[in-house]
Design a binder for this molecule. Sequence first.
Ligand code: AMP
Length: 376
Amino acid sequence: MKIGILGGGQLGMMLADAARDLSIETRVLDPKPDAVAARVTQLLTADWADPRARDALAECDVVTYEFENVPTAAVESLQADVPVHPSPDALAFSGDRIVEKNLFRELGIETAPFAQVDSKEDLERAVSEIGLPAVLKTRRFGYDGKGQAVLRDASDVETAWRQLGGQALILEGFVPFDREVSVLAARGRDGEMRYWPATENVHVDGILHISRAPAAAVSAELLASADAGLEALMARLDYVGVLVVEFFQVGDRLIANEMACRVHNSGHWTIEGAKTSQFENHMRAIAGLPLGDTDVPGFAAMINLVSEIPALDALEGQPGIYLHVYGKAPAPGRKLGHITVVAETRPALEERIRQVLAVVGDRAAGSSTPASPPAS
Ligand code: AMP
C-alpha cells in the first residue's frame, strides 16, 4: 500500500510517521524544498500543477492532503486516476466560510449569525443586521486568526474595510464564548465512525496555545449533539478520514465556527494521549483498514511551540512529557513544535502543564486570554 500526501509540513510528517507504523509507504508532494516531511519520507519537491509530480502521486493507491489550500485543479486532476480522501467536495465546502456555514445550517448545526460581504455597502448593511461586536473575515485562505478583524464599534467599520476590503468577505456575529471546544472524528471507507473525546482549546493571538482532553465538564447531551453534527457532516460529504469541527461553547450550546477536512492541531495530543492517534486513524480510514480505538486512558494536553524553540533540556525524558520539534526554521507566529503532556488525573495534568510552561514560557501571560480553563 502506498499513500500520496499533498503537503509536507508537520501534519504531513506526522501522517507519514503513522503510515510507517502501519507498514504503509508514503510519498509527499510540497513545492517547498525545506518541507519537514522529508525527515521521515520521500519528498517530491515540485509545484502542485507539475505533471511529473502528479503522475508520481497518481501511482499511489490513495491520495490525501494535509492542508486545505491545495489548488482544486490539482486535486481534481489526480482524482481521475486515484481515489482522493477526503473527497475534493469536502475541500470545496471547508475552503469557503460562507459555503461551510450554509452547510452547517442545512444540517441543523448552529452557527453565529453571518452575512456575505463584497462591498462597503454590504458591510454597512451586515453590521446593521448582525450588530456589533462582530468579526470580519476573508471567506478563503484564513488561518491562525489571519485575515480577520474584530469590529467593536462603528468607527472600526472603516478600519476593517481598509484592512480587508477588496476580497470576498464574511461578517460574523461575535460569539461571547465561555470556551472553545473541538471535536475530532474519523470515518472509514465503510462508514464506520470513531470519535475522540471533546478537546478544550485556548488560543492566543488567533493561534492555538493549549489543548486539553477530555474537555472538562462537557455534558453527555452536549457531546452527543456535537457528535451528531459530525456524523451528519461526514454522511453528507461521504467523508473518509479525520474531520474536526471547532465550536464555541456558550452555556450549554455549541456554536460551530469552522471545520477542517484533515488532521488538526487540536488533535496532536492523541499521539500519546489516546489509544489510536488522529494520524493513525486518518491513514487507517483512507487505506480501508479497520479504525483503531479512540479511547483516552487518562488526561492529555498539548502546548504549541510558536515562533521559537526554547531550550528544552529540563523537559527531556520527564515522565508524561513528550517533545515534538518539527525542524522548521523559526519565524514569528510559526508553529515549530508541540509538547504533549499526559497524566492519570486532572490535577496531575495541570501540574505537568505548569512544569512545561515554566520552561517554554506561557504565551497567554500578558494576553487577555487565560491559559487555564474556566472554573466550570
Ligand atoms: P478562526 O480563524 O475562525 O478559527 O478564528 C480564530 C480565532 O478567533 C477563534 O479561535 C476565536 O478565538 C476567534 N474568533 C473567530 N471567530 C469568532 C467569532 N465569531 N466570535 C468570537 N470569536 C471569534
